[in-house]
Design a protein around this ligand. Structure first.
Ligand SMILES: Nc1ncnc2c1ncn2[C@@H]1O[C@H](COP(=O)(O)OP(=O)(O)OP(=O)(O)O)[C@@H](O)[C@H]1O
Ligand SMILES: [Mg+2]
Length: 508
């Protein structure tokens, strides 16, 4: 009996960007009916390798075969013809159109499909693959998780037999992760092959059959998931198994300042649809304190962060920063009052086509301008200093869009922290980061706490909240359900509050 050829075989793939070797003679074999994890630190070359397979980048050397046939993949169109689909984190959907329109878009060329037929076909496909979407819904009204399902369905509708998912779970809440995994298992049983990129070893252990690890652009190893452990995977990724993951216990404790640096008093705001999103938030954050904000996503966290950044109007209530009233102030004034922000979507807080140096100076261009002209030399020197200080793997003139997730996050941290802000609003600071970068970001946040900054840490990662926060506030449907000191905050209590259980007197 002959074994069927692998779904995909990549041999000796090399890809250079200038002097940087992003993939260095990488071999990768994806079997039929396999869920295959691609692991590695930020910048290890995972996305690059998969962009080559999907025809978005062209390898400088190496061969690819698909289903045993040698293949030349010049563009995504070639990849789709070879029945390869890719879902990235930056969805390529058209928001004002329906799910159906997005799924069939560009596919039924020449064939004018009647809308009713199209809806029916899309809902049949959704049913067949166990992907839960509403064909008639407008994409702009969908959550991130739902949009991801539309992207997956779009690939499946094009008959993909190989599905590449680049950090699909980074944007999902735990329930959605389970739904995704159910769908993936079903697809695997159907003979599809899946490449699954993730930084979460727990997920890799639970869903994948095989693991391939990249390190510094080279293949570090490839093993069956059942024959490895998280510690072994970490060793392959970074060369060590122990991580001194920084947490509050190790940071020497500070005395929170007697004065609340950030004060919210009865703050209300509406969401994009005009519905109440914040219903009277009252919260004090002291200097030298990390206040964790826990909650299931969609309970007002994003709106709160936006209000505090000045990008969303606070309809009633007051916000003060070190005694200064900033309610209703614009982002510039809020920044000048001493608020630094590390937003949830790091791609949205940089200008992708600008260089690292420009992005680092972005919010303070005035300081590099004299007589109306920009002092580029000074801007570069400033960038070089921050790059060295924050150990960023990049050069001042690199376009920021070419940086890996971890390095982009470091640029944003550097930009905020060098100003020694009085208040830091930080959302999902370690999402999509590898273990080393997570360790780094956490220790920088603790440093800022030590320095005396008042930090509001918004995170869906409960472990992260528990490990870093002096106090934890729980938000539910736009209201603070309760505030627990670190000694009383445990997952069960927080979980109850996050689910909307009212503060029991015992914890009040
Ligand atoms: N278009 C590009 N131009 C220049 N350099 C690039 C480009 N794309 C990627 N790189 C560089 O190639 C290296 C590998 O990047 P890649 O995005 O493949 O890493 P990754 O393993 O996916 O990391 P992450 O986990 O952060 O997503 C990085 O050093 C990155 O800066
Ligand atoms: Mg990547």
């Amino acid at each position: 009996m002959t074994t069927p050829p692998p779904a995909v075989e990549m041999r000796g793939i090399t890809k250079r960007f200038g002097s940087l070797v992003a993939n260095d003679r990488v071999d990768f074999t994806l079997d039929r009916g396999q869920i295959h994890a691609l692991l590695g630190e930020n910048g290890a070359g995972k996305t690059t390798l998969m962009r080559i397979l999907y025809g978005l980048y062209h390898a400088d050397a190496g061969d690819i075969s698909v289903g045993g046939q040698s293949a030349v993949i010049r563009s995504p169109r070639d990849a789709i013809a070879l029945r390869i689909g890719m879902v990235t984190q930056h969805f390529a959907l058209v928001p004002p159109l329906t799910v159906t329109e997005n799924v069939v878009l560009g596919h039924n060329q020449g064939v004018r499909l009647k809308l009713e037929d199209a809806h029916r076909r899309v809902s049949e496909a959704a049913e067949r693959y166990g992907v839960d979407v509403q064909p008639r819904a407008l994409v702009k009204d969908l959550s991130v998780g739902e949009r991801q399902r539309v992207e997956i369905l779009k690939a499946l509708y094009r008959d993909a037999r190989v599905l590449i998912l680049d950090e699909p779970t980074a944007v999902l809440v735990p329930q959605e992760v389970e739904q995704l995994f159910d769908a993936l298992r079903r697809l695997r049983d159907d003979g599809l092959s899946v490449v699954f990129i993730s930084h979460k070893l727990r997920e890799v252990m639970s869903i994948t059959d095989r693991v391939t690890v990249l390190r510094g652009g080279q293949l570090a190893g490839s093993v069956q998931t059942s024959e490895t452990t998280p510690a072994e995977m970490a060793r392959m990724m970074v060369g060590r198994t122990t991580f001194g993951m920084p947490s509050l216990d190790e940071a020497s404790s500070t005395q929170p300042a007697a004065r609340a640096v950030l004060r919210l008093d009865g703050v209300t705001a509406v969401d994009n649809k005009g519905l109440p999103a914040l219903k009277g938030i009252t919260l004090d954050v002291y200097g030298g304190e990390i206040m964790g904000l826990a909650g299931v996503s969609g309970n007002g966290q994003s709106e709160l962060a936006q209000v505090l950044e000045g990008t969303r109007l606070c309809t009633t209530g007051t916000i003060t920063v070190a005694g200064q009233d900033v309610s209703g102030a614009d982002p510039d004034r809020i920044m000048k009052a001493g608020v630094g922000r590390i937003p949830e979507d790091r791609h949205a807080s940089v200008v992708p086509e600008m260089t690292v140096a420009q992005n680092m100076a972005l919010e303070h261009l005035g300081e590099y301008t004299s007589n109306g002209s920009l002092n580029r030399r000074q801007m570069r020197a400033h960038a070089e200093k921050l790059i060295a200080e924050y150990q960023i793997k990049a050069r001042p003139d690199d376009r920021i869009r070419t940086l890996s997730g971890g390095n982009m996050q470091k640029v944003i941290l550097a930009r905020v922290m060098e100003r020694n802000p009085k208040v830091i609003i930080v959302s999902q600071p370690t999402r999509g980061l590898d273990i080393g970068a997570t360790e780094y970001v956490r220790s920088r946040l603790l440093e800022q706490r030590q320095r005396g900054a008042a930090i509001l840490l918004i995170s869906e990662d409960l472990d992260e909240i528990l490990e870093l926060s002096d106090r934890v506030a729980v938000i539910y449907e736009g209201e603070i359900q309760g505030i627990l000191p670190r000694t009383e905050a445990d997952p069960e209590r927080l979980g109850l509050l996050m689910a909307g259980a009212k503060d029991s007197p015992q914890w009040a």
